[in-house]
Design a protein around this ligand. Structure first.
Ligand code: GUN
Length: 302
């Protein structure tokens, strides 16, 4: 059996189409344009690529977007001061500080300085708490993208066993809560889990977000399972470039799984689109707007 490839480019294009329509609707009905501020500290090449893609996508969908490029040596207090100004700026509805920051800056201080209403990354402890305890929250983008892709191939996840490999605040923990909210039975596993392969083999849905190149092998996968690979492992090549590898051995897994996301071309593209969902949602929540439809799932194929 060869798995269905879940194409992140095609899926994110559908989602972005839905967001662009909603952005146009928001402007027509209320004269409002969502505003996103992205902040990049330092010159990490991968972070530069990610932030540029966020900026470009925001503009392409009809949003306003401003980028703040700060030198790598920017003092923490200066960054926190910028965040305070963005919190108070009525034209800015969402704030994203690209992580990780340089070593002298405490990421927790940065995340908690962002106003919860503008926390389009969904990483503030209050946003994370609301995801767990209920209430309307901004949900972190990669987990949102993962669940949208899963539900696109299997709309009802009730009763399925989901195994999440990885326990980060960015992906593992929030994706586990989203899957719980979809009525899955959820196991959170990680690099220290005993007999990880055997645990993975029980998964109807396997989300790999552990950050280890091709750790999940073909014989770790239950035949027919949905496999979502969140790994972005950059490996330098002989030509001085880098090649991306997922956390799943794709060549092996594709022979066993029912559906699988590739790396690159999978989850990463959905992360950016989901950031736009959150920017739109934050704008509507901040303005008490309820008559604009915010996409909560992938629109059907045309
Ligand atoms: N770095 C890697 N992924 C992310 C993300 O989703 N948000 C932010 N802010 N930084 C990241």
């Amino acid at each position: 059996m060869t798995a269905t490839i879940i194409d992140g480019k095609e899926a994110s294009a559908r989602l972005k189409d839905g967001i662009a329509k909603a952005v146009a609707d928001l402007k027509a009905k209320h004269g409002l344009v969502p505003g996103l501020a992205t902040v990049l500290i330092g010159d990490d090449p991968a972070s530069q690529v990610y932030v540029a893609s966020k900026q470009k996508t925001a503009h392409a969908l009809g949003m306003n977007s401003v980028q703040h490029d700060l030198p790598g040596a920017t003092p923490e207090a200066e960054l926190l001061d910028l965040i305070r100004r963005l919190n108070a700026d009525p034209k800015i509805n969402g704030i994203l500080v690209q992580l990780p920051p340089p070593k002298h800056i405490d990421p927790f201080k940065v995340i908690t300085a962002i106003a919860v209403a503008k926390d389009v990354d969904g990483l503030h402890p209050e946003s994370a708490g609301r995801l767990m305890a209920g209430g309307d929250s901004l949900v972190s983008c990669t987990p949102m993208g993962c669940v949208m892709m899963i539900k696109d191939v299997r709309p009802d996840l009730t009763g399925l066993h989901a195994v999440v490999v990885g326990r980060s605040n960015l992906v593992g923990k929030p994706v586990a809560h989203l899957l719980l909210n979809e009525n899955c039975t959820v196991t959170i596993a990680h690099s220290r889990t005993k007999d990880l392969a055997a645990v993975c083999r029980t998964a109807d849905i396997l989300v790999a977000a552990v950050g280890r190149r091709e750790m999940v092998r073909g014989d770790w996968i239950k035949p027919g399972a949905i496999v979502i690979d969140v790994g972005i492992n950059r490996v330098p090549t002989a030509e001085g470039k880098s090649k991306l590898y997922g956390d799943v051995n794709f060549a092996e897994a594709v022979e066993v799984a029912g559906a699988i996301t590739p790396v690159p071309g999978g989850v990463g593209l959905m992360t950016v689109a989901c950031l736009m969902v959150n920017t739109l949602k934050a704008t509507c929540l901040q303005n008490g707007i309820t008559d604009v439809e915010i996409p909560t799932r992938l629109p059907p194929r045309a």
